[in-house]
Design a protein around this ligand. Structure first.
Ligand SMILES: [Zn+2]
Length: 253
């Protein structure tokens, strides 16, 4: 927080917030520091407090907001406004306003400080974000190091994600659940697990090494030693043809 008097820097305060604090909380703390400073003044009646935190200013203007920090800042402002004629305009950030640039510099200097001077309770949004990151990382570790299950899928889908990337036959293909011989045989359907060429008829075989699907796989653009390179939009139509071709070579009754 910086204080200018006719364009001259006359005071500044650096507060190093905890690592889990959000930009929103930082904006509110800045306004609280400004209000506290204004209440110490005895020589002026008119003060403008410029903030580039639109979310903080909107929260202060919202009578239904119940955020504890917003309530605290409101209490200071309630005193500072009538006593010191305080105004609270919003100012656009990073467009070269002198005071805003100075405040940014102080904020960066405070962030570089090794010791935390103010730690606030973790916001619910930050908590959810951290929890989600933690769960996804645990899922990724499980995905990377599970020895037996889903290894074909993990070889072509390297990273776990909450987004659904594939449906239908593509989801079946990338998870090895197509109606290929090896998969059907596993469930007692069909007499053998092998392709007509003699090798085990699983998804990887039909994509990488089967001579009977050679004319189709020749149209794929991928590195056979890195199946994650297979997962591209331009390969999907050909992969669909490989999935549907299984009936041609199948030995199902
Ligand atoms: Zn084959």
């Amino acid at each position: 927080m910086v204080v200018l008097y006719f364009g001259q820097l006359i005071h500044y305060e650096r507060v190093r917030l905890g690592d889990n604090c959000t930009v929103y909380q930082a904006g509110l703390v800045g306004l609280k520091l400004a209000a506290e400073f204004i209440l110490t003044l005895r020589t002026t009646r008119r003060v403008n407090v410029y903030s580039d935190s639109r979310s903080a200013l909107k929260s202060l203007a919202d009578p239904t907001n119940t955020h504890p920090l917003v309530g605290e800042v409101k209490r200071f402002l309630k005193r500072a406004k009538p006593e010191r004629g305080m105004f609270l305009p919003w100012v656009k950030a990073h467009v070269g306003y002198h005071g805003n640039e100075l405040a940014d510099g102080e904020a960066k200097a405070a962030a570089d400080s090794p010791s935390v001077s103010l730690d606030l309770p973790v916001s619910s949004s930050r908590f959810k974000f951290k929890l989600k990151s933690f769960i996804i990382q645990a899922w990724q570790d499980h995905w990377d190091y599970t020895p037996n299950k889903g290894r074909f899928t993990s070889s072509n889908i390297l990273n776990v994600s909450l987004e659904t990337h594939f449906w239908g036959e593509m989801a079946e293909l990338f998870t090895g659940h197509c109606r290929f011989q090896a998969h059907l045989f596993r469930f007692g359907i069909g007499y053998v697990d092998s392709c007509a060429c003699g090798a085990v008829g699983d998804a990887k075989h039909y994509i990488v090494s089967c001579p009977l699907t050679g004319d189709l796989t020749a149209r794929l653009r991928f590195n056979p030693f890195d199946l994650s390179t297979l997962v591209h939009d331009f390969n999907l139509p050909v992969l669909g043809e490989i999935v549907r071709s299984q009936n041609i070579f199948g030995v199902c009754p």
